[in-house]
Design a protein around this ligand. Structure first.
Ligand code: FHN
Length: 437
């Protein structure tokens, strides 16, 4: 039996190498150690912001729909977020227990939140002549938050990009993709060499003018600027965001508005909104604390990161209710963070009652709901439980049947109404246990 388990462990290790892109020289791909460090962070802030907040409609997508294109493209002249305070945004991320922050430096509408030399459509030509990207990079460094940048591939405002309105099937014959890619590389060079982002979050890679050849060129270009900059899987021309494949150009998968599947092989990060809209919307519906914490635990239980989005208001402030919700998440993480940060997901698939994370010889069982007086876990092969207790609490009663199933006895009242964490200390390294399907 032991040799069979050893074989399973070997195979699980052997199969855990990330899917390699066949389009990028393996020698320049982001080092595994850098990606492992990224995945240890587990929790980041996503920020969608720009002049469109003056109308409270969706960034990019409301251009030419809810807001006439001409009006949308001139909102920057009104944009004057005098209450913007990068330190407050970084502190809000810190208080939430977030380890990295990603700002939409340029979204599909083409407006640039930094003083680029390659487009006049930037923040320095608004009423608020402040380098937003630079301020956030500074504040993140001050508060020890890893600074990251969202950068759109498609750019409906740039005349050299052939599509000027979402869904337009007649590419502009006067557009010039080679000039467009040159501008993109120049802008990215400014961002990488000036602000040194930990990660680049590309997006908008699904329209026909964009080809993998351009993406491979940009990936290679970026790696010459910074061999360790992490690049998501939305640089390559595709719309298969939740997965990595042989034609992926990018380092990790990006399921959106959903919890990714348990995956011990490929790094992945769920991006999700705290409300419904990506950019600020008045009176938007906000997720409950229960939803927020369980989303984080289920994503970590799937071996992924959570990039959780807030949309600041047109005056530069984040909504107090969103700041409060994020602080509540941070307060939970102050008590239970060891079961999230630096853990691996699994070996059980997350479900509506529990999720599992693990680090060293500790297996963490995140209990979301008390559906009954006990929880029975799938069989854990060849492991002995040395201790069983509530994280920050007392011991927990359990028993193990002949087949090896572990049944955990639950009290009438769970210790935490959102996610109560049980620790099972094992006699082996829990990270080596193959996923139990
Ligand atoms: O079109 C964008 C959308 O506006 C938003 O930025 C999300 C965030 O991941 N990404 C695209 C939709 O998949």
């Amino acid at each position: 039996m032991k040799s069979f388990v050893s074989l399973l462990i070997f195979l699980s290790f052997f199969c855990q190498s990330k899917a390699q892109s066949t389009l990028i020289d393996p020698a320049i791909q982001t080092p595994k150690a850098v990606l492992d460090d990224f995945m240890d962070q587990r929790f980041g802030m996503f920020i969608h912001w720009g002049p469109v907040t003056l109308r409270g409609t969706e960034i990019g997508w409301s251009r030419g729909t809810n807001v006439p294109t001409e009006e949308y493209d001139n909102l920057y002249k009104e944009f004057n977020p005098v209450l913007f305070n990068a330190d407050q945004w970084a502190q809000t991320a810190k208080n939430a227990g977030m380890k990295y922050l990603t700002i939409t430096a340029k979204h599909h509408d083409g407006f640039c939140l930094w003083p680029t030399a390659f487009s006049d459509y930037n923040i320095m030509n608004s009423q608020y002549k402040v380098d937003i990207v630079g301020e956030l990079a500074r504040a993140c460094k001050k508060y020890d938050i890893k600074f990251c940048v969202y950068f759109t591939v498609l750019d409906w405002h740039d005349q050299n990009y052939p599509v000027h309105i979402s869904g337009d099937k007649n590419p502009d014959p006067n557009a010039d993709m080679n000039k467009f890619v040159t501008t993109m590389k120049n802008e990215l060079q400014e961002i990488v060499t000036r602000y040194h982002p930990f990660m680049l979050w590309f997006d908008g890679n699904w329209e026909s003018p964009w080809k993998n050849e351009y993406a491979a060129d940009v990936y290679t270009f970026l790696k010459k600027l910074d061999p360790n900059v992490i690049i998501n899987n939305r640089l390559g021309a595709n719309n298969q965001h939740p997965k990595l494949g042989p034609n992926t150009i990018g380092d990790y998968a990006t399921p959106e508005q959903e919890i990714g599947e348990l995956n011990m092989k490929d790094p992945w990060e769920t991006c999700m909104t705290i409300c419904n809209q990506w950019s600020w919307k008045p009176n938007d519906q906000m997720k409950t604390l229960h939803q927020c914490i369980q989303t984080l635990a289920k994503v970590a239980g799937g071996n992924g990161n959570l990039l959780f989005n807030v949309g600041p208001m047109p005056d530069g402030r984040m909504e107090n209710r969103q700041i409060t919700r994020l602080k509540e998440m941070g307060d939970w993480l102050k008590l239970y963070g060891e079961s999230i940060y630096g853990t691996k997901g699994g070996p059980f698939k997350p479900n509506e009652v529990y999720a599992a994370t693990r680090k060293g010889n500790k297996l963490y069982i995140h209990v979301f709901e008390r559906k009954s007086a006990s929880i029975t876990l799938p069989v854990l092969p060849n492991t002995k439980i040395k201790k069983a207790f509530w994280l920050n609490g007392g011991k927990i009663n359990y028993n193990r049947n002949a087949a090896g199933n572990i049944t955990l006895q639950l009290p009438d009242q769970l210790p935490d109404s959102n996610d109560s964490v049980i620790v099972l200390e094992l006699d082996i390294n829990a990270e080596n246990i193959p996923v139990v399907s």
